[in-house]
Design a protein around this ligand. Structure first.
Ligand code: UD1
Ligand code: MG
Length: 456
């Protein structure tokens, strides 16, 4: 953070995103379970922005709604016509005029920029450079603005379309992010013209104009992987891959074991404790936390779920939103849990659906148990007490309560509450006839023989 300096972040989100070939605006496409715009908002917030302005295109209520949902304090400005990046920043003039110390400009389609990088741009401002630009060494610089450096100082940024053949050989390119000192920002932005190849108002003219005013300009640099932008689905997948690479490393650094990291997929907000073991092919949707010492076996899918210390899930476990596993709870193979608390040490080991329920500590839920929680209109709750034992292949028709320590006989359809320590058996009573099968087989053989003769 930059103590004592106020900060306004201006996020440009007016991209058309036509190359996404989508009904959805580009910045609402998701990486790791959160919109690209959401990533940009989170990064500038983490870099200490006191105020955030998001510049969107006209007729984009969906983008405005996303801003409102994710960061209600942010203000939305509409850039009526797409006339360049400086023009876009100036759409937020009212916010700029409020006089922040630092102005950060970020692109909503560049979702991998770390808060630390925004902080280093701010540190450049605090060190007395009114313009700090972020560059990167481009593997292929085509299309990017080039940093024209002289004696290690950024002289100007030249857009690809305006660059000479010599300038086009420069590989140090503009990432697009920029920090401006708030005392100079409006004057610099207002002095930017549009006499260039695209007749656009380029934010990238800011460094040269600042230098002409005798102001110091600094160029910082970031890895290309951090500043990669998203313009089409292939780049979206590339950004996702980079996010996952980073997250896997971070999770392992915090003490989790990933046997095959490249097969495990996290969301932006997944939290994983230490000594957690994650087997191959596991997917974490948004909203999952896994506490210390838990094991997530192969081929499990978790979202909106809390996995307690030393609990275990899978293989082939499915935790849906509201699943909450207490310490040492076990959810085994082909088990689905939704909106249910599974108590300490409770076991739901095989082929089961537990939804809208609570399962007490040390309860044992037999294979094939189903909570019948839905009648086509409403959902109902099933309560299973501590130490209860539900026999295999039972249907628990909610609302229903199985008391603490109660037993349910296998194959039961339970429609009434079972008292604590009681037994409920709700199935057809077994009948038996000694020797029946032998008699049946002999008669059947005779019938079959005579049928075969008749067709000869
Ligand atoms: C921009 C930079 C270029 C840099 C590159 C990095 C300028 C002039 N050029 O070029 O130096 O190398 O990014 O990716 O800044 N936007 C608006 N309104 C506009 C124009 C743009 O909101 O009128 C937004 C876009 O939605 C996008 C961002 O600004 O998020 C950048 O615009 P884009 O057209 O992609 O600029 P580039 O040509 O890629
Ligand atoms: Mg671009």
């Amino acid at each position: 953070m930059q103590p004592g300096r106020t900060c306004l972040a201006v996020i440009l989100a007016a991209g058309e995103g036509t190359r996404m070939k989508s009904q959805r605006p580009k910045v609402l496409h998701e990486m790791a379970g959160r919109s690209l715009l959401g990533h940009a908002l989170a990064a500038v917030a983490a870099a200490g922005a006191d105020a955030v302005a998001v510049v969107i295109g006209p007729d984009r209520p969906d983008v405005a709604a996303e801003v409102e949902a994710l960061l209600p304090s942010a203000r939305v400005f509409v850039q009526a016509e797409r006339r360049g990046t400086a023009h876009a920043v100036l759409a937020a003039r009212a916010a700029l005029a409020e006089g922040y110390d630092d102005v950060l400009v970020a692109f909503a389609d560049t979702p991998l920029v770390r808060p630390e990088t925004f902080l280093s741009l701010r540190a450049g401002l605090a060190d007395g450079a009114p313009v700090v630009a972020l560059g990167f060494e481009a593997a292929d610089p085509t299309g990017y603005g080039r940093f024209v450096m002289r004696d290690g100082v950024l002289e100007a940024i030249v857009e690809h379309k305006d660059a000479s053949a010599a300038e086009r050989t420069i590989q140090f390119c503009n990432a697009g992010l920029m920090a401006l000192d708030g005392r100079h920002a409006l004057a610099i932005l207002d002095s930017i013209g549009n006499s260039n190849a695209q007749n656009e108002f380029y934010l990238t003219d800011a460094p040269a104009l600042a230098r002409a005013k005798g102001l110091k300009v600094v160029a910082l640099s970031a890895p290309e992987s951090e500043v990669q932008g998203v313009n089409d689905r292939a780049q979206l997948a590339a950004a996702e891959a980079e996010f996952q690479r980073r997250k896997r490393l971070a999770v392992m650094k915090e003490g989790a074991t990933l046997i095959a990291p490249e097969t495990v997929f996290f969301s932006y907000d997944t939290t994983i404790g230490s000594d957690v073991l994650i087997e191959p092919n596991v997917v974490f949707g948004p909203g999952v936390s896994v506490a210390d010492g838990a094991v997530i076996h192969a081929f499990s899918h978790l979202e909106g779920a809390e996995v307690g210390p030393q609990a275990s899930v899978g293989p082939y476990g499915r935790l849906r939103p509201g699943a909450k596993l207490a310490r040492k709870a076990k959810v085994g193979n082909f088990v689905e849990i939704k909106a249910a608390d599974i108590g300490e040490g409770a076991k739901v080991s095989h082929l089961t659906y537990i939804g809208d329920a609570s399962v007490g500590a040390e309860a044992n839920i037999g294979a094939g148990t189903i909570t019948c929680n839905y009648d086509g209109f409403f959902k109902y709750k099933t309560t299973i007490g501590a130490g209860a034992f539900v026999g295999s292949n039972s249907s628990l028709v909610a609302p229903v309560t199985i008391g603490d320590g109660a037993y349910v006989g296998s194959g039961s359809v339970i429609t009434s509450d079972v008292p604590p320590d009681g037994l409920a058996i709700a199935r057809g009573r077994q009948v038996g006839r000694d020797g029946w099968a032998k008699v049946f087989r002999e008669k059947a053989k005779v019938r079959k023989l005579s049928a075969a003769k008749n067709t000869d």
